[in-house]
Design a protein around this ligand. Structure first.
Ligand SMILES: CC/C=C(/N=C/c1c(COP(=O)(O)O)cnc(C)c1O)C(=O)O
Length: 386
């Protein structure tokens, strides 16, 4: 499982067996008719797919293009994360696992995991940095409502990276009966590939939706935000080899890539290992992973999916570092122009529109990865930036 020099599975000895078991099992499971039938039926009737591709008329006029929004915010649980957790819970069941663990930052992956555990009657434990427990508390309440046990993590700066480390430590103590549902295109092989495949339903739908709406199955631009990289991976998946399609990604600049308060890994990271993957990571000269910083819990990660490390290095994707104030402004703009309150993560993608120059007929598809209910306090507390 390599993306150029990036990827691989750098795990402690104790995890070898369960990681290799998964490496051997995942393709046959995903490609089986039984999996495909149950997965597609749940995406349709439980998640509510296909998600709409909505023509944003007022934003199109403002930015001089034809802007279509891929509405992953309208999925059950309010974000793209459930596309992935449905797939992984079916794998866990197939592999005879009874206990599910997951990390979460924005709480959307936590909610999506707790949701499918309730659906499949499985035990669920979520690890979440204490900082994120506070700033995304509505999602913590939802997780508990759904029957999950939420463990606040108090190591490091108590955000997503610390939650990942704690989940991996737990996994090391329960390698046989526990399935770790990883929430993004990160971690040891095969997780980046599993998550990208589960999220690829996003671009599979974009293709036929564009064909239906404009008589052409490809856009001029695809735009998405990147935390670990899963909604972006899903958005670009079926277009990666199509050179007609430009790919624009938004990572979290925080207070700026020239400050110590940033999460812009593709601007500030160097090659290293984090949570089992060789990728780009923000690290000190002696290899200590630096703390990330951003207003957005879901983008607050010092690493990046190995797939995106490779795509950025090869120049296939154009990556912008969007700062906190730019994201808040963009969140208010979409809210006031189209009546859609985006997740603060998705707002980073919206903020790239100001950085691009379009031709009037350019078809632009931007993935709204989640809804902003969990971020209303953050938006209102930062109104001055609007
Ligand atoms: C897996 C940890 C990331 C989380 N969320 C990330 C996230 C992201 C960034 O994650 P990726 O799509 O995996 O880059 C974008 N949009 C929304 C609405 C998100 O919630 C979470 O815990 O919910």
């Amino acid at each position: 499982g390599f993306y150029g020099q990036f990827g691989g599975a750098y795990v402690p000895e104790i995890l070898y067996k369960c990681v290799h078991d998964l490496q051997d099992a995942y393709i046959p499971i995903i490609e089986s008719k039984e999996f495909q039938d149950e997965y597609n039926q749940l995406l349709k009737d439980y998640v509510g797919r296909p998600s709409p591709l909505y023509y944003a008329k007022r934003m199109s006029e403002k930015y001089g293009c034809k802007l279509y929004l891929k509405r992953e915010d309208l999925n059950h649980t309010g974000a793209h994360k459930i596309n992935n957790t449905i797939g992984q819970i079916l794998m866990a069941k197939k592999m005879g696992k009874s206990r599910i663990i997951a990390e979460t930052g924005a709480g959307q992956h936590g909610v999506a995991t707790a949701t499918v555990c309730a659906l499949m009657n499985m035990e669920c434990e979520i690890f979440m940095g204490k900082t994120d427990v506070e700033r995304q508390h509505t999602n913590v309440e939802r997780m508990r409502m759904l029957g999950a046990k939420v463990h606040p993590v108090t190591t490091g700066n108590m955000t997503l990276s610390d939650a990942c480390s704690e989940a991996i430590r737990d996994w090391c103590c329960h390698p046989q009966d526990t399935f770790y549902i990883v929430g993004s295109t990160m971690g040891p092989h095969p997780y980046p590939d599993i998550v990208a495949r589960m999220q690829s339903v996003i671009s599979k739908e974009i293709k036929w939706q564009l064909q239906e709406k404009i008589g052409r199955d490809y856009p001029d631009y695809l735009i998405a935000c990147v935390g670990g990289g899963s909604n972006a991976a899903g958005t670009i998946y079926h277009y990666i080899d199509d050179s007609r399609v430009k790919m624009v990604l938004a990572e979290a600049g925080g207070h700026g890539i020239d400050t110590d308060y940033t999460a812009a890994t593709m601007h500030c990271g160097t090659e290293g290992i984090i949570h089992g993957a060789r990728t780009l990571v923000m690290q000190t000269d002696d290899g200590q992973i630096k703390e990330a910083f951003t207003i957005s819990a879901g983008l607050d990660y010092p690493g990046i999916g190995p797939m995106h490390a490779q795509l950025a290095k090869s120049g296939r994707t154009k990556v912008f570092a969007i700062n906190d104030d730019e994201a808040i402004y963009a969140g208010y703009e979409l809210t006031r122009m189209e009546g859609i309150i985006p997740a603060i993560e998705s707002a980073h993608a919206v903020a790239t529109l100001k950085k691009l120059t379009f031709k009037p007929d350019d078809i632009v598809v931007l993935t709204v990865s989640g809804r902003g209910d969990k971020d209303v306090e953050t938006y209102l507390n930062n109104k001055k930036m609007a």
